[in-house]
Structure formats: C-alpha cells, structure tokens
Design a binder for this molecule. Structure first.
Ligand SMILES: [Zn+2]
Length: 630
C-alpha cells in the first residue's frame, strides 16, 4: 500500500491537489467492444480560438505589469486594488486552466506548456504582491468599523493572514541565503533520492512465476494475488528490500533534510520544523497534532482487528495457518469486472446522490461527455493520469488520459470530479479568488469522501455475498490506509524531527529502530515481520515534501467524519455540506467545519467518525464472511 504514497507524491508535484492521479496501468486497453466516448473538451467554453487566447494573454500581461508596479497601498485605496488583483487572478486562471487542458491532450506541445507556466507564475505573482502590500502595519491595526467603512470587510481574513506571515518573515539578506543555498540543497537532495529510487528499481531482480518473470515493483498487483505463496512472499520482501543497497545514502539525505528544515524553521521564529509545517498546512499547533497522533495510536487495535478478520478469512479460504502480510492480497475471492463508461457514470451519479440535488445535478452534467467538459479519449501524446480544473468564473473540466473501466480508474474519476464540483460550487457562490483554495487536506477530504461513497454504493449494489465482502474490504482498506498508515507516517516523521533535534538518531539502523517501535502497536504482522520497518526508505515525501504526510491523516479523518454524518442524517447533511463547499476558504479550516458541520479539527469528536466507521464495517465484514462458502 505504501507504493501509493510514492505515486501520489509524484503526481502531487505535478498537480498540487490530486491524491489519486496515478497513471492508469501501463498497457491496459479498453476491452474489445467497450464503448469509449468520442467527444473531448469543448475549448470554446474558455476562448473562441487559440489565437484569441494568445492575444488576450498579451494584453493581460501588460495590465499585470502595471498592477505589480503600483506599490504603496493605503487602507483608503486598498479595496480598489484588491478588486483589481482578484480580476487579474481570475483572468490568469482562465488562461492557466485552458492551457493545462490543451497541454494534457498534447503533452509535447511546447506552446501550451509555456502558457501554463506563464499563467501560473503570473497568478502567483499577483497573490504574492497583494500579500506583501497587506503586510504594511497600517492594515494590521484596522478596526471592524474601519474595515466596513473602507469596503475591506471581505478581505479581513486575507489581511489577518498577511499579518501572521509578517511574524515569520526573514530579513532580505537571510532570505537571499535561503534562496541561494537552502532551497537548491533541498531540491538537490530530493533529486538525489529520486535518482537512487530509479537506480534501485532498475536493479531489482525479477520474480520467477508460472506465467514468466515478473517485476516486484511494476507487477506488484499481479504478484500480490499470485496463487503460489512463495511467489507472493518473495515479491513482498523484494519490494521492502529493494532500497537496502542505498540505505546509508538515503538515511543521510533524510537526516540532512531534517537538519536543514529545522534550521529554517528556527530562523523564522518557529520552535521547530513540525510547528512551522503543521501551522502552514494544517493550521494546527505541534501539541495539537501530537495529541491527535497519540489518540489514533491508542485505537490502533481497530486496525489489528481488521487485519485479524482478513487473515482469518484467508486462512479459511486457503488453509494457510500462519497468514502473513504477503497473503492479504488474496481477499474475499471475488474479482470485479470492468465497467463500460455508461455503467461507471450511472454508478458514480448514484454514489453522490446522498450529497443532494445541487451537487448531484452538477456532477451528472460534468460526467456526461456530450457537455464538452470531460475528456478521456486516450491518445499517444496524452499526459498520463487525471486531474480537474475550475476556479471562480472559470469553467470546470475533468481530464483522464483514458478510461479503462477498472475500479481504480473509476475511483480516480469520482475523486477528481469531486474537486471540480467543489470549485463549481465556490464559483457559483461568488467566492473571491483569494479564497478559492486553502489548506490542501480539506479539499482532499472532500474528494476522498467521494471515494468512500463509491465503495459504499458498490457494496449496496452488490448481488452476491462475495461481491459485498469485496467492496467492504475496499472501503476498509481505504479508510485504514488514510487513518492508520497516515498516523504511522505522521508519528515516524515527528519522531525523526524530535530525535534529530535531540541528537539521538545518526544512521539507517536508528531509523529502522524508530520505525519498528512505531509500527509494532499498529500492524498485526509487524512484530513477526521485522523487514516491515524498512518501509521508511520508500516514503518519498519524507524527503520530497517534508512533514506533508500527516496531512493525509487529517484529510482521512474529515472524510470519515463526513461519511458518518451523512449516514446518520442524509437530509440535513446534504444542505450543510453544500454550504460548506460553497463557502470557499475565507476562514481557518477549523472555523469552516465548525460553523457549517458542527465539528472541528481537535478533540476526539473528529476521530470518532473514523473509529465508528472502521468498527462497524469490520464487524459487518466478519458477519459477511461467516455466510460465505469456503
Ligand atoms: Zn485530490
């Protein structure tokens, strides 16, 4: 399962918001006779022609240049300037989303790729400029009455964020050092890790199977369900041990990254690197995150119980007495069939029906190829993976390189479409461009929630006990991965930063030991499978995006909480949820959730949704297994 994070990390760098943007499996073509929609994007929803886009972009560049030179904002003139900044951002995003779609359809087209980077850079430049102007002391002291008089009330949160930033700004000379030294080093270490991983992957020895040699990394899925137990075990061990020849370099790269991140955080007046990153990404303090990690760990028996139920089922099915991690791919014995796009579309719309008419109708529109907002036509020059676009006043669209009808591709569609509908609801509600995005984990929570609804719908529509059990497993796999695996990773990363600061960790063996101590209480098989503790080496985000991993825990917890609330009272839920999605990010995530949904990011009430979900689903699965034939 950890491999998913690796894929996720890679695609996150490209797409920023997508957790499930893994390329569809190589070499998979739609089965013969399967319908594939012939329509692609209707680009005229964005610009009448490519020439018109270029012309408008040139004009926009001039307007932006002028805006970026108009410094010395005052509270009196700021409202006008902010409105203009918002207009510029909307315009740049129209170009960005259009060029992103065209670039995905033809990944070799340099012009659209250049347009994409130019538009992204200009939109960011507008935001950075606005933030810098709002850092002026005159804005920090404005009262509520001042804000109302100066028409600045809608920008209150934006100004508060700018003031908060000010507390952690570096003097220009130090910022220059960071730009010249620290950033390139972090980038180089990340590249070094990627190079080592590529090298390790190229060196991995194939596993001999009855259907020929298979690659433990590339053919992971096939190997995990192989009938020969020896093959499953060899593949599992090979995946964990593949980085062993490079462990010392990976460990040093990781520890150097941690030292540098710690130094950077302290220079910016944070007590630690976790404190800095948690504040930025989760809007949580370090003690709050530590407490949450501790609570999840105290409930780790739920994960072990799920794994025990799965292991017992596999023992019944196969006669294996000492089930291990490498046997868990065997599952309930059901093999899902591929769906046509029409079937997948009906399934997805049914899955989101509980979210209310407003959500469902927009979703159904988006996934109807006739509307020109969906492109999954395939082709030889396409960008792999999938993503969606949309922004205040910018039309939404959904891209996947091709649809192959398997469950992963449907999960990807419902996830990305979820992001798109969120953006559409914000756009319809007139959300300011400055509030169109917020902490990543919250947007991800909404998209993951869609995936949970998909597994639930499949479970409801199942016609045999085997099929039902299979979808219950998929739901539980997803939830336990989001909650427990993310908590293991969050604990590992927090532990690494603590130990480096304390000077108690020096090499790869120390990291193995730390990781082993974290995994033992969580994972049923960890105490008997010491090689499991080597899994830190394949967690790319530890080096590529330090302290990001715990964000998945919060995304998962919010998604599960939403799921549980929806189950409890669907009517009331749909209304509140639509209001939450429509509001945008004009307040901290905790406030948004509290005022719309009645729960916040602290306390056990956030956790209880996930725990109830895992507990109930596991006991249902256990009952279901009891009724299955051997
Ligand atoms: Zn996503």
């Amino acid at each position: 399962m950890d491999n998913r994070r690796t894929i996720v990390g890679l695609c996150r760098a490209l797409l920023l918001t997508s957790m499930i943007c893994a390329p569809l499996a190589e070499g998979q073509q739609p089965p013969a006779g399967q319908q594939v929609a012939e329509t692609g994007f209707d680009y005229s929803r964005y610009f009448p022609s490519p020439q018109a886009e270029v012309q408008q972009r040139n004009e926009l560049m001039n307007r932006t240049e002028a805006f970026l030179h108009r410094t010395a904002w005052t509270p009196e003139n700021a409202s006008h300037a902010l409105d203009e900044g918002a207009t510029l951002k909307r315009s740049w995003m129209l170009h960005l989303e259009y060029c992103k779609l065209r670039s995905a359809d033809d990944a070799q087209d340099k012009e659209t790729a250049d347009c994409q980077s130019q538009s992204g850079n200009q939109s960011s430049a507008v935001s950075a400029f606005v933030e810098k102007e709002l850092e002026a002391p005159a804005f920090a002291s404005l009262s509520h009455a001042d804000l109302a008089r100066l028409h600045l009330e809608p920008y209150r949160y934006l100004m508060a964020e700018a003031t908060e930033n000010l507390r952690h700004l570096l003097p220009p000379s130090e910022q220059k050092l960071v730009n010249d030294l620290a950033d390139p080093l972090l980038g180089a270490w990340s590249d070094r890790y990627d190079a080592l991983v590529r090298q390790a992957a190229s060196e991995v020895k194939p596993i001999q199977t009855s259907s020929g040699p298979l690659n433990p990394i590339r053919d992971r899925q096939q190997l995990s369900t192989a009938a020969d137990r020896g093959v499953r075990e060899a593949a599992y061990r090979a995946r964990l041990e593949v980085y062993q020849p490079h462990r010392d370099v990976i460990a040093m790269t990781l520890l150097d990254t941690i030292r540098l991140e710690t130094g950077l955080a302290k220079a910016r007046n944070y007590p630690s690197a976790p404190a800095r990153k948690y504040q930025g990404r989760l809007q949580r303090s370090e003690p709050q995150v530590r407490e949450m990690l501790q609570w999840v760990q105290q409930n780790a028996d739920l994960l072990r119980q799920y794994q025990r139920v799965r292991a017992e089922r596999i023992a019944t099915l196969t006669g294996i007495r000492d089930v291990h991690s490498w046997d868990l791919g065997l599952s309930s014995g059901y093999v899902p069939r591929r769906l046509t796009f029409e079937q997948a579309r009906t399934l997805m719309v049914n899955a989101v029906t509980p979210l209310g008419k407003q959500f469902e109708s927009r979703f159904a529109w988006l996934v109807n190829p006739a509307n020109g907002a969906l492109d999954m036509n395939g082709g030889t020059r396409r960008q792999p993976g999938g993503f969606s676009v949309g922004y205040p006043s910018v039309p939404i669209a959904l891209y996947v390189d091709r649809f192959n009808g398997d469950l992963d591709s449907i999960a990807q569609l419902i996830h990305e479409a979820g992001h798109a509908i969120h953006r559409k609801l914000m756009s319809e509600a007139g959300v300011s461009p400055f509030y169109a995005s917020g902490p990543n984990f919250l947007s991800e929570a909404y998209a993951i929630f869609n995936e949970l609804l998909l597994w639930h719908e499949l479970e409801k529509e199942a016609t045999t006990p085997e099929e039902r059990a299979y979808y219950q497993e998929r739901l539980l796999d997803e939830v336990t991965f989001q909650i427990f695996t993310s908590a293991e990773e969050g604990e590992l990363e927090q532990g690494l930063y603590d130990s480096v600061t304390a000077g108690t960790i020096r090499n790869a063996d120390d990291i193995d030991k730390l990781n082993g101590g974290i995994l033992d209480p969580y994972e049923l098989f960890a105490p008997q499978e010491p090689s499991m503790r080597l899994n830190w080496m394949r967690k790319r985000l530890l080096i590529n995006d330090p302290l990001y991993l715990v964000s998945y825990l919060y995304a998962g917890l919010v998604a599960c909480k939403l799921y549980e609330m929806n189950e409890a009272d669907p009517m009331a839920f749909a209304k509140r949820y639509t209001a939450l999605l429509s509001e945008g990010f004009d307040a901290p995530a905790d406030d948004l959730l509290k005022r719309n949904m009645g729960f916040g990011l602290d306390g056990k009430s956030l956790l209880d949704g996930a725990l109830a979900l895992v507990r109930n689903q596991t006991s249902q699965l256990q009952e279901g297994y009891a009724s299955l034939s051997r």
